[in-house]
Design a protein around this ligand. Sequence first.
Ligand code: CP
Length: 318
Amino acid sequence: MHNPQLNKDGKLKHLLSIEGLPRAILNQILDTAESFTGVSEREVKKVPLLRGKTVCNIFFENSTRTRTTFEIAAKRLSADVLNLNVSTSSQSKGETILDTVDNLTAMHADMFVVRHSQSGAAHLIARHVAPHVHVVNAGDGRHAHPTQGLLDMFTIRRYKPDMHNLRVAIIGDVLHSRVARSEIHALTTLGVPEVRVIAPKTLLPQDVEKLGVQVYHDMRAGLKDVDVVMMLRLQNERMSGSLLPSAQEYFKCFGLTQEKLALAKPDAIVMHPGPMNRGVEIDSAVADGMQSVILPQVTYGIAVRMAVMSILAGSNDA
Ligand code: CP
């Protein structure tokens, strides 16, 4: 079946989800990102790859890291950047998302970076836009957050270059997490041999094993000898009903402390996509500790988003 993210030559035209993308494309993005890490260290932090292009950030949901790093990345590629303030836009007067996109396209937007609480929003826009316009999913509902998944893979590769010899644990609210889905698809596509998910039964999707992961409900068993510990936030905004006794009880069973981290390999890295809830899923001593690579993840997000946008802009339909 044709993947709507690829053009007729198999090149990446939109980035909507990691699911279904070939390993070669993931590696192309990660390798291209390597070449962009140096740009941020130069005195003039710019390359001309998107000169003359307009990138439009439309975030219907709050964001700190994703929106700002997309803006920085687009500016470092020399694009013009337009940040639509959705709360003061004509959305509040009943304009549809597609009418908003059409109006911005009439202003010659070349690329839309979209975050929305509804799964499938970015796909809807990608199906609608003109052939020369590109769409990047910056997080849709609980479905996918592909650039977060990619920047996490980039971070892992930087600290643990042999991806074919890794044991990775993803811990917490997998059920509501678009990040976890994107990470699982990326890890399995890139050939990581052992991906574990550690969570209470109430925070795991049905049939999660079918995604190629091993399931643990006990943090101490699941953390044993892992190389990478990926923590997830409790997505309270997407929970309906009471799935947990209390935040304190959750922290006791599934919060990452130094004592629990000691069960992982001594050189294990600790990751978190942010925003963190200290004292709920992670203890401050771990979040700020020697094994934490949480802030490098944010930094690498710029290079990875530069890579994605430059690859999209260079695809044949552009
Ligand atoms: N990781 C992430 O998506 O963070 P923001 O919600 O701040 O963009």
